[in-house]
Design a binder for this molecule. Sequence first.
Ligand code: AVJ
Length: 323
Amino acid sequence: MKPGIEWRQPRASAENQQFAADLHAALSRAPKAISPKYFYDETGSRLFERICELPEYYPTRTELALLRTHAADMAAQFGGGVQLVEYGAGALLKVRLLLDALPRETVQFVPVDISGPHLLAACDGLAGDYPGLAIQPLVADFTRPHTLPPCPRGSRRVGFFPGSSIGNFTPAEADAFLRLAAAELAGGGLLIGIDLVKDEAVLHAAYNDAAGVTAAFNMNLLDRAARELGAEFPRDGFEHLAFYNPAYRRIEMHLRATRALDLQLGGEIYAFHEGETLHTEHSHKYTVSGFQAMAARAGFRPGKVWIDANRWFAVLWLEAGPP
Ligand code: AVJ
């Protein structure tokens, strides 16, 4: 084998195979579209961390400021003992602000994430910084039926879903998630971060940063396909496209072919015509009342809301009715 092509050899893993199958399906449908979950390999996760620090990307710092300022008020909604369930736990940074406001011996923390190694590494870090905290990680896809550890006697279950991650869901998927959460959090509640509808220029800048980090993050979807699956395509034939679609109140991200080109994946050839896109993500924006109405339909009773002075981002407390 010639040196220089070896890196193209696919690493066979279950995750790889799922990516390959989903990418084939994505490229076969019209319009072409793939789940944003495939952004987040090592490289993509690092790029996302850089996005969170961009001057244009307001959601992360705005939500962190809300958590920092109002953690005690948020924790007061939880009541006494709490089984705190974080959906899509990731790096476990934001939850620390809540944990700092709760008496440690009254908390059982249950981070749920689909990526086992990442979750366990993050839990190790958390355990080191929060000695005595009960941590019960659960490796699972939280959008699908799963079984949480039993809620300790005398505690309420409280869900935590920060980051406007729910924005990646279609309204139907968001509704399904809220129904599932309302059922498993019955008698407790959900603390959720949502990105708000706002001036389009602010939204546009947040997904079209001057440094090009979001473009690289978007392009990593195809870069990853090249690295892991041996996909071949003219890399300079794709460009980052992100725009606000007011009809759906969402940012859409696409990779757009700047000319007619072919993408080769596992022996199949997928043709793109000039201007054709692969839809890689949507990021829905909500109004507080619109989101509360959707949550109410799913079985929650809307409670306190914390919003920044610009009204760019909100953290909502939602009470889950009795079982
Ligand atoms: C992690 C889904 C909340 O939609 O703003 C950031 C992902 N995409 N820049 C978002 C993202 C492009 C982010 N979420």
